[in-house]
Design a protein around this ligand. Structure first.
Ligand code: SAM
Length: 240
């Protein structure tokens, strides 16, 4: 079963601040938003759209059409409920089975999804194929420093305070089992060379690379200050 269709996981995800308050509650948004190309008249595809926050943003900023796909039927139902707009179509589809039509989109977005994908190169090729020449691929993936460690968790002292973040088996890409929102979740570790070099090998030009840091205004939230101790997300903008 798709993880995000699991009732307990879906309910726990729904309680996260970013699920309740959208982009404004996402620690990376202040860095991701400026990387968006102008949306006016654009045909946009969002891979793993979840609740559809980025689809809604694209539509609100003038996109001609937005297609949000997600493997989870529950997520797509939530997107239709919370972030519907005339320009947006939501569809239940797995990246693996989705038919990426040739040169059909100007912009492809993907926020916090690609670390669930084992074969990143295959997705890069499909995105390249589905973008028009000059089209933009903007994504946010969990950072290799975050994904490399075996359990994706701080090493803590006796009181439970974080001592350091373990980076191990860095050059061994592949599955990492972690506990996220109380459920055992398998993510995929990719090295920086795979993430950035893979784009270049596919033919993309790199336009921007940023490591997400929470804004000062969020540092008082529980656990947020620790997000300055190691990177969790890598934001990448590339052009076909
Ligand atoms: C952390 S959520 C991010 C959702 C949304 N992009 C956002 O930023 O709010 C990850 C999403 O990726 C979706 N997902 C994971 N693997 C997928 C796959 N192979 N194909 C399509 N969607 C997938 C999940 O169902 C989930 O909605």
């Amino acid at each position: 079963m798709q993880l995000y269709d699991d009732e307990r996981f879906f309910d726990a995800y729904a309680r996260m601040p970013r699920s309740q308050d959208g982009l404004a509650a996402a620690g990376e948004w202040h860095q991701l938003e400026p990387l968006f190309p102008p949306m006016t008249g654009q045909r946009v595809l969002d891979l793993g759209c979840g609740y559809g926050w980025h689809c809604r943003y694209a539509a609100d900023h003038g996109a001609a059409s937005v297609l949000g796909i997600d493997a989870s039927a529950r997520m797509i139902a939530a997107a239709q409920e919370r972030n519907a707009a005339p320009a947006i179509t939501y569809r239940v589809a797995d990246l693996d089975g989705f038919d990426f039509p040739q040169a059909a989109f100007d912009v492809v977005l993907s926020n916090l999804v690609l670390h669930y994908i084992e074969d990143l190169t295959a997705v890069y090729r499909k995105v390249y194929h589905t973008l028009r020449p000059g089209g933009c691929f903007l994504f946010n993936i969990e950072h290799p420093v975050f994904t490399a460690g075996v359990h994706q968790e701080w090493i803590r002292d006796d009181s439970g305070a974080p001592l350091y973040w373990p980076v191990d088996q860095y050059y061994r890409p592949g599955p990492r089992t972690t506990v996220f929102l109380g459920e055992t979740v398998t993510k995929q570790h990719h090295t920086l060379t795979q993430i950035l070099g893979g784009l270049l090998q596919t033919g993309f030009q790199l336009k921007a690379v940023e490591e997400a840091m929470p804004p000062k205004s969020m540092l008082s939230l529980p656990g947020m200050a620790d997000e300055l101790r190691r990177p969790m997300m890598l934001l990448v903008k590339a052009v076909r």
